[in-house]
Write a protein that binds this ligand. Structure first.
Ligand code: PMT
Length: 404
């Protein structure tokens, strides 16, 4: 088993079930595998195992309450959430599972999980009838669709005396799932990634422009996730209200011509190019430096074509770069994505249907990953989950290209 860098922090959440005693073994296993482990317990969990046990095993303070006085840290749940590279909740009771599925945050553990950007692994454990309840299975579906990793419980004799599914998964399996998430965290280390995001504004005069509804959320999520996974990220963004993603180099531009200049410059050194921007295909042929008076506004605006940035980068690619484009369609997103894959010489095109309520400006989207090998349809996911799934694909393509 590969050993990970010592500073990789796993936050272990322990909830109130009999499986809590196995969390001690999980903490020991993770510590042995080289992780720094911190523990958060629900109040119910402290009735099964004393915080002192985890404190002794981890040599770290054990957090049990939102209201405990942590010296020098007034917002403990946020600092715990930010510190974690991976969060694992084991055992995860039906109650905590339900709260996480619905975004409830009424204690330190659920608040921390809601606040974290790290991948979250859940190892449910409960009575067989609670496990089989439609509502529990529905909550699990919700959690899976939102990117939580579920380590399914085992089957056998349960603490309550019944026999069936619901027993906490084997400690080694839970630790493997944590390790898989942790190793994914740095799988883009050393890769130089260029992301374009947002709309472009094509000026008509000093105040008016031709633009579109892109918010930049998709490209920003990709840039931030890539940086989390160790990539050296340059984000070229059109006008958006979003803050610079942590750990990225951001170049803010306005027009397609400015985006082209910044993107072409950054693409020279890039190993990966992801073009999520909604670049205006046209611009006004003339631009007034002053604001035009109402009476001076033309009734028709002459337009010129903008250069296709992605097609230019694709044409220059000698095969060493992984190039990903997007296709925003109101028709068949897969057919159009296929066409753009060839026309712009991409390795993958993310097709999305923007005719409904998803796509521009929303927090979730429904996309298809289209390559020469075929099309994969993803369920409706948050843009962050789409970013993670896309970067999984990109990391695999990079490994293949490098023969590793
Ligand atoms: O920003 P959000 O609010 O999160 O919205 C996300 C999104 C809908 C903008 C995103 O999912 C998306 O589909 N982005 C691409 C939108 C688009 O311009 O699609 P297109 O089919 O017109 O362009 C195809 C590809 O060529 C895109 O990768 C685009 O960046 C690129 N292109 C297009 C025109 C141009 N002149 N230069 C380009 O590089």
């Amino acid at each position: 088993m590969q050993r990970l860098k010592a500073q990789t922090t796993v936050l272990v959440g322990v909830t109130g079930g009999i499986g809590a005693y196995k969390a001690c073994e999980l903490v020991r296993t993770l510590t042995r595998r080289g992780f720094r482990v911190k523990v958060v317990m629900t109040e119910a969990a402290t009735r099964f195992v004393a915080p002192l046990t985890f404190r002794t095993l981890t040599r770290e303070p054990v957090a049990t309450s939102l209201w405990a006085d942590e010296p020098g840290d007034p917002v403990h749940h946020i600092s715990l959430a930010q510190e974690a590279d991976v969060v694992v909740v084991a055992p995860c009771t039906a109650n905590v599972l339900a709260k996480l599925a619905h975004g409830r945050a009424d204690d330190l553990l659920t608040t921390t999980v809601l606040a974290t950007e790290a991948p979250v692994v859940l190892a449910p454990a409960m009575n067989v009838h609670m496990w089989r309840k439609t509502i529990t299975q529905h909550n699990l579906d919700l959690l899976r669709a939102r990117g939580f990793v579920i380590v399914e419980p085992g089957s056998g004799e349960l603490a309550c005396g019944e026999v069936g599914e619901g027993r906490l998964a084997e400690v080694a399996d839970i630790a493997d799932a944590v390790e898989a998430e942790a190793s994914r965290v740095q799988d883009l280390a050393g890769a130089r990634v260029l992301v374009t995001a947002g709309p472009t504004y094509e000026p008509i005069d000093a105040v008016r422009f031709i633009g579109n509804r892109s918010s930049g959320k998709t490209g920003f999520a990709i840039a931030e996730e890539a940086a989390r996974r160790g990539a050296d990220v340059t984000l070229v963004s059109g006008p958006t209200a979003l803050l610079d993603p942590f750990g990225t180099r951001v170049v803010r531009v306005e027009s397609a011509l400015q985006m082209r200049e910044a993107a072409l410059a950054a693409s020279v050194e890039a190993d990966v190019v992801v073009a999520a921007a909604a670049v205006s295909d046209v611009r006004p042929a003339e631009r007034s430096e002053a604001k035009l008076k109402k009476d001076d506004l033309p009734v028709a605006i002459a337009l010129e074509r903008n250069p296709d940035i992605l097609a230019e980068i694709g044409a220059m690619n000698d095969g060493s770069k992984v190039i990903v484009g997007f296709a925003a369609e109101t028709g068949d997103p897969v057919a159009e994505a296929r066409r753009k894959l060839e026309a712009k010489r991409c390795d993958l095109v993310v097709g999305n249907d923007v005719s409904g309520h998803l796509g521009f400006g929303t927090d979730a989207n429904r996309v298809w990953f289209v390559t020469r090998e075929g099309a994969e349809e993803l369920p409706v996911l948050s843009k962050r989950e789409i970013a993670r799934a896309l970067l999984d694909r990109i990391a695999a393509m990079l490994r293949e290209r490098r023969g590793t």
